[in-house]
Structures are given as structure tokens and as C-alpha cells.
Design a protein around this ligand. Structure first.
Ligand SMILES: O=C([O-])CC(=O)C(=O)O
Ligand SMILES: [Mg+2]
Length: 227
């Protein structure tokens, strides 16, 4: 891998699909909370189609020149079913990095979805597809197809580092990255948070939610409470 800035690594190690599958349905907020609240992408990267969409898969990374998608077209041919194509376009909003044709092709290949640090286009067409696309927004201005770029090197997407094979989870809140070496540990912790949160919600409706901790913190911090 000598040609820094214009190079392709075809494959990488993926997380066990049994672990990946178990992240489906777990809220990104709960996953983020068990990782120090530090692994969520920039809030502007949001689902462009429908807010109920849930994206889970292994990161297939692309770094591209902000106005170009040659390497994204190559990524679609190399990615495996279940991969999420995660694209570092430097957050630049000048040119769309992909559009509906690329979504139809990715869908037929079993690719799980796209995450783009930049804009996409053909939003109306993509909205009808039910194929998960997360981006910073849309523009009709199209991409060039010249390069340069890199496939499957470490990238930054929405201010978070992403390595090929890291776990990507996306929902209405945005996108979270789970480092692949810690995926099983994070899964167990996030499941525990899901259980705790549903217990809290149940206790609210039972009238039994213990609110004592609020006053405990206020007292500890020295807050003055006036009548
Ligand atoms: O021109 C492109 O490469 C992107 C695009 O609009 C599409 O995929 O429909
Ligand atoms: Mg198009």
C-alpha cells in the first residue's frame, strides 16, 4: 500500500455476523452512553429517507476528494453483503457523493446502507426506496469521477475515526461507531442499558420512579433552592 491518497485495499476482517445481528434494534443513544458518549458522529449526519430506519453493519471505508465519487463506485463493486459503505468526504457540502442509481445498485448487492460525511442527491427517489442512507443533506450538484481517494484505510467520518470492519449503527438520532475489537463487550453493556431504560419507563407508569437522586446531586453541588 504505497500510493498514499490513491489506493485500494480490497478486504478486511469483519466482526462475527452473529454479534452484528444482535445490535439490530438497540438505540444508538444507549450504545453511545456505554462508550463515554464519545463515539457518535456529528449530529448533521442523519437518515435522509425515513426516521424509523435502523442501519447495522461492518464499515467498508472510503475517503474521497470532496467533489468526487470514483472510489465510491469502486467500493460498491468490492463491498460484501451486510457492509455499510462509510464515506469521508471531509464534510464538504459542495457536491453530492452519491444518488439514487448508486442506492439501487447497492441494494441489489445486499449492501446494508451508506453513511456520508457530505451531501447526496436524488433525495425524493431515495426516500421511496427504504434503503438506509445517512448524510449531511442534499444538493443537485453532481460528483466528478476522477479520484483520488482511498478504500479501506482509516478515515474520519462526522469527527469520529472509523476503521474498516468497525461496527456501524444508525437510527433517527444519527450514527454511532463501535470499535471492532470491543464490539461484544459494548453489546453486552448496551443490552443492559436497554433493560434498565425499559424498567425506568415501566416504573414511571407505576408511579414508582425514584426521583431522590436529583436532590442528592443538587445538594452535593451546593445549589440554592428558594421558595
Ligand atoms: O452521478 C452519480 O454518480 C450519482 C447519482 O446521481 C446517482 O447515483 O444517481
Ligand atoms: Mg442520480
Amino acid at each position: 500500500m504505497g500510493n498514499v491518497g490513491f489506493r485500494i485495499k480490497k478486504d478486511f476482517e469483519r466482526i462475527d455476523p452473529i454479534i452484528v445481528k444482535q445490535f439490530r434494534g438497540i438505540a444508538t443513544s444507549n450504545i453511545g452512553d456505554v462508550m463515554g458518549r464519545l463515539w457518535a458522529m456529528d449530529h448533521r449526519i442523519k437518515p435522509v429517507n425515513h426516521p424509523g430506519i435502523h442501519l447495522v453493519g461492518s464499515a467498508f471505508t472510503v475517503r474521497t476528494h470532496p467533489s468526487d465519487n470514483l472510489l465510491v463506485h469502486k467500493a460498491m463493486d468490492l463491498a460484501q453483503p451486510g457492509d455499510v459503505i462509510v464515506i469521508d468526504a471531509f464534510g464538504d457540502m459542495g457536491n453530492a457523493i452519491l444518488g439514487e442509481i448508486m442506492c439501487h445498485y447497492a441494494k441489489t448487492k445486499g449492501i446494508a446502507g451508506y453513511v456520508v460525511d457530505g451531501p447526496v442527491r436524488d433525495l425524493d427517489g431515495i426516500a421511496k426506496m427504504g434503503f438506509p442512507v445517512f448524510s449531511k443533506g442534499g444538493t443537485p450538484r453532481g460528483p466528478y469521477k476522477e479520484g483520488p481517494g482511498e478504500i479501506n484505510t482509516i478515515i474520519s467520518c462526522g469527527n469520529v475515526p472509523v476503521e474498516p470492519g468497525d461496527l456501524i449503527v444508525g437510527d433517527g438520532d444519527g450514527v454511532i461507531v463501535v470499535p471492532k475489537a470491543e464490539a461484544l463487550e459494548i453489546l453486552e453493556k448496551a443490552k443492559a442499558v436497554e433493560r434498565q431504560e425499559s424498567e425506568i419507563i415501566q416504573s414511571i407508569y407505576n408511579g414508582q420512579w425514584d426521583r431522590k437522586w436529583v436532590d442528592d446531586v443538587l445538594n452535593k453541588k451546593g445549589c440554592e433552592i428558594l421558595d
